[in-house]
Design a protein around this ligand. Structure first.
Ligand SMILES: Nc1ncnc2c1ncn2[C@@H]1O[C@H](COP(=O)(O)OP(=O)(O)OP(=O)(O)O)[C@@H](O)[C@H]1O
Length: 235
């Protein structure tokens, strides 16, 4: 994984502090070094408050580090202006959150198209076809015109996964994507991540509290008190 061409992400001494109004800032991530390869399927685990979401938000360029360097697809981001970060985020990262944040007034199809509409305006026929193909891939081809509130929790999360993949991201980030699903539905949703990782070659980094799910990832990165205490391939 030392070859830059095989990397999707490189973190070097990445730290994050929050200014919480005290004399000293609270540092929640301490000099994190991490490389994610282009085909990695990795779980980020750790106790509550260890900094997992903070790290995922930094990786997703939703937040900026206090120090250190984050290189995404070979582009160093530390000196990058907001517009450049937004463009890089939109073209290379897909997000899936525990609560899918679907737009209730839109159909499933339009929700999937939303990231493209935000960056490229009205979607063309090819984009619509791709959105339909993604909905089919997550087993929802007959629900394209359905509003999210008519779908089950698992189905809504499937729409969110299709939405995250519409831009064909190199890196898919997921924060507790199965956290509010029952075990069977969680397994099915998890299997989608696995399939997209294999079939579409997109790296996956997901936060989970579920040891059963993290053990089925290829790699487990363990964060404790803002430091990576172990990072190993699973047996
Ligand atoms: N905006 C913020 N301002 C100040 N402190 C924050 C902020 N966001 C997070 N923190 C603190 O940073 C630390 C790490 O939080 P984070 O949400 O990243 O942990 P986590 O590992 O994702 O936890 P959980 O598993 O409970 O979601 C916590 O102590 C939290 O209180």
């Amino acid at each position: 994984m030392s070859d830059a061409a095989s990397e999707v992400l490189r973190l070097e001494a990445l730290s994050k502090s929050y200014n919480i109004g005290l004399p000293n800032e609270a540092e929640v991530l301490h000099e994190i070094d991490l490389v994610i390869g282009r085909s990695d399927f990795a779980a980020l685990v750790g106790p509550s408050g260890s900094g997992k979401s903070t790290l995922l938000n930094l990786i997703g360029l939703l937040d900026t580090p206090s120090s250190g360097e984050l290189t995404l697809l070979g582009q160093a981001t530390s000196g990058m202006a907001d517009a450049g970060r937004t463009t890089l985020r939109g073209s290379s990262i897909g997000f899936v959150f525990q609560f899918h944040h679907l737009i209730q007034a839109f159909s499933a199809l339009d929700n999937v198209l939303m990231p493209l509409m935000l960056t490229r305006g009205k979607p063309d026929q090819a984009a619509i076809e791709r959105a339909r193909e993604l909905l089919a891939a997550v087993g929802l081809d007959t629900f394209a015109d359905t509003r999210p509130n008519r779908l089950s929790g698992g189905q809504q999360q499937r729409v969110a996964i299709a939405r995250a993949l519409i831009t064909e991201p190199a890196l898919l980030l997921a924060d507790e994507p199965t956290g509010n699903l029952d075990t069977r539905t969680a397994d099915e949703v998890f299997e989608l991540f696995r399939r997209f990782n294999r079939e579409r070659g997109c790296a996956v980094l997901l936060v989970t509290h579920d040891p059963r799910l993290s053990s089925t990832c290829d790699r487990t990165i363990n964060l404790v008190d803002g430091r990576i205490v172990s990072d190993a391939m699973n047996a």
